[in-house]
Write a protein that binds this ligand. Structure first.
Ligand code: ADP
Ligand code: MG
Length: 729
């Protein structure tokens, strides 16, 4: 029988492009058609219900029972018109995926009939039980109940004939068990702190909210080839595989012409995304062969996070129709680029301004510099937590992998802003500033040229880069729920802005003018946060040494990195901002360690399985052929010729034997180490030991397997090769 790999390859020979057409002429005709958005609400709700719901969305006012019933019933009518038969509360448990539990609208009535029903109570709150979700000990079995509660600020939508209602997920005792709850709380904290600071400049600013524009990277692999790689199926990445002779060294894929199967897939993806109101805008080829990116227009952060979660679901769903499998893993292939999810983050106001856009007037400039410097200082003060917010077993494989930012957090701000901050730092002390204020009525903040936007960035190596009117956090992993890093960013900036406000008002109380007080604190922050600024090459070895001198942390591995979540500094900050409690933080910390352990355990098991059941038998089979051949040669050749000719083959046989024996031995050692580690009671220690004692075997074993791949007859090799996975399309 032909080997599985060749059957899979044969399947790709006749692949056709699966063309899709738009459901109507223009995108704008179907954009948002599956969303219970403002327009739909206006159409379906009574005036009273609409107004009440708007108050809930804008001002967080409680919705009353009668109105909730009205909203639910309108939602149901709208959803049924669009073919929905079920509804679900849609939430983000700490698994990192999204969760749903579908209920039918059906309710039996007398006479053996049934009617469709959806009540306000079902809309607002549910108890999905869901006791199998990770909770880090927050829910003991006797209080295993978890509740989901409607988040009216993110619109309901229909997918797969199901009405999905975005919700938060909390325990019976009120602790959050999801990402959305702390995200919403972090937004509230940020708004409170930022509005206070903005009011120092402009009384019209009464609302501030963070915006997020994510860029999602992913790989496309033909579904048949994917299925022929058990490691891709179970772990999302290739555990073995020698590099392809050609991969990304010619840079011919980046921004190249999108091949027709991928293009058809993207078009389909965009149609589905647009129906759901996800404003996808950009698509292009990425650096690695088979790697792509898509990005929407930015949105308010809560909706943007929901949309990213939905998009990841759509990627998977739509790809099947096109005989592709989307790989979202941070590092599916060794030796070539992995995938990230750049999180572009900024602050918007009710006055329609972007607080990270340098202004035109000196006062606007002082506001911009104030916000900007506060962010730098926040990131500096909490750099370990910022790093921790993107840590995962997957992302550890990518960060520092020579195409992604390292595990050291620094901020890139560009030449012009560096110069501006340097100038401010050098400016005269308060007395002279007062003189300035007296004569000009404002402080001489150095002018920030308007061309700034086009001049910044393009330092692709920075994990946190200012790109003209937003910060781009590039260390986020491609599978991550963006809420995780965004909760951290919102909260630390909120905390920093509160501190700033207190310091400024304290100075004002001691008779300093407002401008002078702001200026004084800004100057201090510029000086204090200097170590976080780095304009050079983040991939370089020199930077590692320099960062160490500056006292910045460097934690390449998750178990070390996420300790920052339970440090005194972090707990105090999150509790001050009312985003997460110490108990919640400890629970989350343990859950992440546990997830880390499980991921490594699965990979280790599979490495053992593949090595023992796929690789070694194949190598032995080929070795036997060689042995038989050498024996045959001995029979037909005179001994002198035989010795001269067989030497290479015998060499080969010996090489193969050595690799086989190394794989055997290393696998046995790894299994022994794993079993011992599994018995460690403390999850902190277990994760550490998995990282330091079990994981190192992965690369050691892989080395020998990848060598064998080059030695063994291609016809026998059981695993799809890199050149096939990356280039067959
Ligand atoms: P690239 O980084 O690939 O060169 P851009 O710098 O144009 O691309 O950034 C694109 C991303 O930045 C998009 O997702 C876009 O929505 C987002 N973005 C632009 N402005 C903002 C903003 N004010 N807040 C948040 N995200 C933004
Ligand atoms: Mg970008």
């Amino acid at each position: 029988m032909q080997n599985f790999r060749f059957r899979a390859l044969a399947e790709t020979f006749n692949r056709q492009v699966v063309e899709v057409s738009y459901p109507s002429e223009k995108i704008s005709d179907f954009y948002g058609s599956m969303v219970f958005n403002m327009d739909t609400m206006r159409e379906y709700l009574t005036k009273e219900a609409f107004k009440s719901l708007m108050n809930t969305i804008d001002r967080g006012e409680k919705i009353d029972r009668r109105i909730a019933d009205q909203v639910a019933s309108s939602m149901k009518a709208w959803a049924m018109k669009h073919g929905a038969t079920h509804y679900t509360h849609w939430f983000h448990p700490l698994t990192g995926a999204t969760a749903e539990k579908h209920d039918s609208f059906i309710n039996p009535v007398d006479g053996g009939k049934a009617i469709e029903e959806f009540s306000g109570v079902s809309l607002i709150q549910q108890e999905p039980d869901a006791s199998s979700f990770p909770h880090g000990g927050i829910r003991n079995t006797f209080e295993a109940r978890g509740y989901t509660a409607w988040d009216p600020t993110s619109p309901a939508f229909i997918i797969d004939q199901t009405l999905c209602i975005p919700t938060i997920f909390v325990s019976y005792t009120g602790e959050s068990l999801d990402y959305k709850t702390p995200l919403l709380k972090s937004m509230e904290a940020l708004e409170k702190a930022a509005v206070k600071v903005c009011q120092l400049f402009d009384k019209d600013i009464v609302k501030v909210y963070p915006t997020l524009g994510w860029e999602q990277e992913y790989f496309l692999v033909d579904s048949a080839l994917f299925t022929a790689r058990p490691d891709l199926v179970l772990t999302g990445r290739t555990l073995f595989g020698h590099s392809s002779a050609k991969d990304q060294q010619l840079h011919d894929h980046y921004f190249g012409i999108i091949h027709s199967r991928a293009r058809a897939f993207m078009r389909d993806l965009e149609i589905e995304a647009h129906k759901l109101g996800i404003p996808l805008k950009t698509r292009h080829n990425e650096v690695a062969p088979g790697q792509f990116e898509c990005a929407p227009i930015y949105e308010e952060i809560n909706v943007a996070v929901d949309h990213n979660q939905l998009l990841m679901h759509l990627l998977d769903k739509v790809s099947r129709k096109h005989y592709f499998k989307v790989l979202l893993h941070e590092k599916p292939f060794e030796g070539i680029n992995g995938s990230g999810k750049h999180n572009n983050w900024s602050l918007a106001t009710n006055t329609g301004e972007n607080l990270l856009s340098p202004g035109k007037t000196p006062s606007e400039n002082l506001r911009f510099i104030t916000i900007f410097v506060n962010i730098l200082n926040a990131v500096y003060h909490h750099e370990e937590l910022v790093r921790a917010s993107v840590a995962s077993a997957n992302n550890d494989l990518r960060l520092g992998g020579n195409e992604a930012p390292p595990a050291i957090i620094s901020a890139f701000i560009g030449d012009q802003l560096t110069q501006t901050l340097d100038e401010i730092e050098e400016m005269p002390g308060p007395g002279e500033i007062m003189g300035n204020v007296a004569s000009n009525n404002n402080i001489n903040i150095p002018k920030i040229p308007e061309i700034l936007r086009d001049n910044t960035d393009r330092n692709r190596t920075s994990p946190f880069a200012f790109t003209g009117n937003k910060f781009e956090f590039r260390a986020v992993g491609s599978t991550a729920n963006s809420a995780k890093p965004m909760i951290v960013l919102n909260s630390i900036v909120a905390d920093q802005l509160s501190e700033f406000y207190d310091e400024v008002t304290a100075l004002m109380d001691s008779n300093m003018s407002k401008e002078e007080a702001i200026f004084t604190v800004v100057k201090q922050y510029i000086r204090k946060s200097k170590p976080i600024r780095f304009e050079g090459n983040n991939y370089s070895e020199e930077w590692k040494a320099e960062a160490k001198r500056r006292g910045l942390s460097n934690h390449p591995n998750t178990p070390d990195a996420i300790k920052a979540y339970v440090s005194d500094r972090t707990i105090a900050m999150f509790e001050r901002q009312n985003v997460l409690t110490s108990r919640e933080l400890h629970a989350r910390y343990e859950m992440r360690l546990d997830k880390y352990v499980r991921k490594l355990q699965i990979e280790s098991r599979l490495i053992g399985d593949l090595a023992t059941n796929h690789i070694i038998p194949t190598a032995i089979k080929y070795q036997n052929t060689l042995i038989k051949n050498v024996k045959g040669l001995k029979k037909v050749l005179d001994s002198k010729t035989y010795e001269a000719l067989s030497i290479n083959q015998i060499h080969n046989i010996r090489d193969i034997s050595e690799h086989i024996s190394s794989i055997r031995q290393l696998t046995e050692e790894m299994i022994k180490e794993r079993k011992a580690t599994n018995r460690i009671g403390s999850v902190v220690e277990r994760a550490d030991t998995y990282c330091t004692k079990v994981k190192p075997y992965f690369t050691k074993i892989r080395y020998h397997v990848d060598k064998l791949e080059l030695l063994v007859d291609d016809q026998l090799w059981p695993l799809m090769k890199y050149r096939e996975l990356l280039f067959v399309k």
